[in-house]
Structures are given as C-alpha cells and as structure tokens.
Design a protein around this ligand. Sequence first.
Ligand code: GRF
Length: 211
Amino acid sequence: MPSRTITLGVLASGRGSNLQAILDAIAEGRLAAKVAIVVSDRSDAQAPERARAAGIPAVTVSPRAFPTRDEYDTQIAKILGDAGAEVIVLAGYMRIVTNVLLRAFPDRVINVHPSLLPAFRGLHAQRQAIEYGVKVTGCTIHFVSEEVDSGAIILQATVPILGDDTETTLSERILEEEHRLLPQALQLYAEGRLTIQGRRVLITPNAHVLH
Ligand code: GRF
C-alpha cells in the first residue's frame, strides 16, 4: 500500500531511545516519516541531543515558566504546529497532556507505554507488573485520550517476566519491543491503515499481503 511521508513532532523527557528508534527506522527506509521537531520539558533530557545529531531542530520548554498546564500546552501546540508537525509522538514524555494539545491534534497524538494496557497504567509500569506477580507484560502503542494511558490501542507486544527480573532488566527487555513497535505503528498511520472506531483501532490489511 502506498504510504505518504508523515511529519512528526516528538515530545520527550528523557533518554530518547524511542526517538532514536524512530530516527533509525526513517534512515533505514522502514518508516515514511520526517521528524520536524523534538520538544522536551526537561533541560537534562538526552532526546534533544539525539535530534540535533540527526539535524533535527530541538527545543526545551520549561513548564516552570507557565502558570498552568493549559498555558504550557498552548505553547507546546504552537511550537509543534509552527514546525508543521501533523502527528505527535509522546516518546518517554513524562507530563500528562491536556485537552489543549489533544484538541490541536485530534486523534493524532500517539504514546508508548511499557505495559499491556489496560493493566499497569501510570508511572513505574514495569515495577507494578513485577510486584503484582504477572508472568507476562509488554508494551502498548496507543492514541492518547484525556484519561491517562486509556486511549485506543494500536499495537501491543508481550514480554515474559523472568523469576530474577528487576525493574531494570524487565524495562530493558520491554524497551526492545517498544523500539520495534513504535515505528511499525507510525508506518501503519503513514499508510492510512488505522481507523479509530469507538474504543478500537481497526487496522486495514495490507493489500500486498492479500494477493
Ligand atoms: C519508555 O519505557 C516508555 O515506554 C516510557 O518511558 C520510557 C522512555 O524511554 N513512557 P526513552 O526516553 O524513549 O528511552
């Protein structure tokens, strides 16, 4: 199925390995996308450095400069819009996004979460899974809705929890799946194969596979 090149805006608060997975997938021709801008809320984030190394503009906007979350997100939405971003990826973005951002990019904000949603929402999802005692967890790529970690699910992958897993070892194993799945989900978007129907995301089969 032909894909058009989608223009991404990436929000990241930390190390930026999911941003790197997107950049690598683009460079390797697995993802028909262009990253227009990377925005971070933290001055110590590594994501902006990764962006600049790939020749992509990056800015850090401190939430402390804004009296309310809405005002912060108004500024973020403006920066993303001015850069021409069409789809917004929350790649390790540790802030809860407001309706201001969601309304600016309706059904076009995508998040990666390190559990099989709806289990283990929120922070430390990997630790929550270990402590609960589940034997299988994973990661979820989903559209972002107003309620945290609750939007329509695009793709999921499972990851086993081993007896000697720590939060760190499990997080690393899940991260490998995040890096595989996130570019895949964005490529499905680029191919126009995702349709949100109520809670569900329908994925149109690839015409080439059908023949
Ligand atoms: C990932 O585990 C992601 O699922 C979570 O935060 C982490 C970000 O990692 N939301 P990175 O900054 O992309 O390396």
